[in-house]
Design a protein around this ligand. Sequence first.
Ligand SMILES: [Zn+2]
Length: 491
Amino acid sequence: MLVYLYARVSTAAQAAQGYSLPTQIEACKKKAMALGATENNIIQFIDDGYSGAKLDRPQLTKLRKAIRTAPPEIVICYAPDRLSRDVAYQLIIVKEITKVKAKPIFVSMEYENSPQGRLLFNMVSVLAEYERENIKERTLRGKRGKATAGKVVTNVKPFGYDYDKEASMYIPNKDSKLIKYIFTEVADDSPLFTICKNLNLRGIPSPKNKHWNVNTIRQIIDNQLYIGRLIQFKNSNTPITSNVPTAIIDDTLWETAHEIMKRRKLFIANNTKGTYLLSGLLYCADCGRKMIVCPQAEHYIKSENKYVKHIYYRCKSRSMSARYPGMKNDLSCHNRTIETKTLDEYFWDMLLELIKNPDKIQKMLKNDNITDNTVIIKKYNDQLATMINKRKKLLAWYNDNYISATEMDDQLAIIKKQVDITNNQLAELNNISNKVININDKVDRFINVINTTDNRVDAVRKTIRRVDFLRKDLTRSRWVKLDMDVKIFFK
Ligand SMILES: [Zn+2]
């Protein structure tokens, strides 16, 4: 344990008051040894005949330099006023000591527990905090400057690149061939699923060393770094974009691939929106996830001599983005897909049957209302608790200097918005449950809407909030009788 010992007297008169150098040194040594130091490890800095009013003392200067260049574990001194008579100077020295993680020890007092000691330590930590903030601010400014000059400042390593630390730049590595392959395939109109399948079958690991899935391909297609456009500080209010020599593919290939992606998106939008009775309302009764409308490739039907497009409702757990080729029957969901046409017809017939039995609707509505609101209210309350936790975490991160004040403020604003929305929804729900719901009115309204509509999609959306679906028949034959559970939740 390295110990620096400092002692000082200004005049002979002081020495007479019991502050003589030998007394100070003796007491300091004793204390240091009590703390585990050995005589050999104690280095002495003695100012004999110097006033404590100034910092400019030969041995003190030497001590301060030694603290910086060879930090000790302890700096020991008889009393704080031996370092300086001036509290402000004491503060400077104590700060220098604590900055190198050494401990200041004063023999005459339990320094940390004395009012003076507490004041000093508080000031030291406030100053340190201020300095840290300053440094962070300067670093951020420096980083933004670097980014503006087209240098890489984040330590994220994008797929296809190595990071050249000296040049602060990404250098394409062997995976860049894969990037090129993926873009070329997309531009050739290969389905994303097929690209994944080929990569997986060839045993090529994905960026995360896992199986390729459709989302990974999408992320790659959307990453502008591959045409040499670097975007940094993405989540700040002012992202910085610069052109860098990192291009792996050329602009033409990029544009072709993006054209294809856009066309597909449009195709899906045109083929799935608005026309299906249950799109957006249907949930899988096996796993609880949404069921979405999936257009399939066209099939040739020989007997009718034409191409037909089959469109299905499919549970999200079973959709292509949730699975990878080679993944057999270990799906978490076992619900089968069903053709939209089939289910839509079945469902509409069910509604027509239902409006003949108002008693049945009434019974369904009663069950629905009781269970349903409590579940949703609980969900909202859980959401609120999560957000409050998030807020706590943010504050802790800020206190520990993981994030800056601006980052914290941004996040807090987002959380506040969510909390407000959730609170409003809760208030609305409580309002509804406080009102006595006139179920008879609801039944009448439902029957009326279904009876008089000329737009089935519209009528369903007006009256029904959610439909749970489970298909139970397992045969693949086209002629088998469908067996399914359909549960309706009314608005
Ligand atoms: Zn499911």
